[in-house]
Design a protein around this ligand. Sequence first.
Ligand SMILES: [Zn+2]
Length: 134
Amino acid sequence: MISKSPQAPSGGPLGPAFPQALLAGFGPDCLAFKACARLLVELLNPGGVGCPACGSTADPSPQLTTGGRVRCTHCGRRFTAFSGTLLEGCKISLQQAALIFLLLALGHDNATVATLAGVSAETARAWRAKLEAA
Ligand SMILES: [Zn+2]
C-alpha cells in the first residue's frame, strides 16, 4: 500500500524544519519571469494593452505580453504594457512586484513582505500605500 503522507524516508531531506528551510530560501527568483509578466500585464490592462498616447490597440506585439517596450504603429510613441499603470517606472523586478502583491493580499506585514520579496521595509510600505490608493 502506498502512503500518501508527506513523510520522507528516514534520513531524507523532509522533516519538521523543511518548511522553514524552504521559506528561508524562497524569493522572487523562484518565480518564472514570463508567468509573472503575463499575469501582471493582464491584471493591469483588463481591456487589453493600448498605446497610452493614441489608444491604438492594433498590431499588439508579443513583446508586450512580457513587459517589453514597443513602438506604436500609429503615432510612433514607445511604450510598455506597464506605461500608465502603477508599475510604470518601478525599480523592482516583475517577480518582486508579483511576490509583494501576493504577500500583501495574504495579509502579511511589511517586515515579512520585505524579507520574502528581497526589498526594504520602506519599499514594502510604499507598495502597500500605492495599492491602497489605487
Ligand atoms: Zn500611439
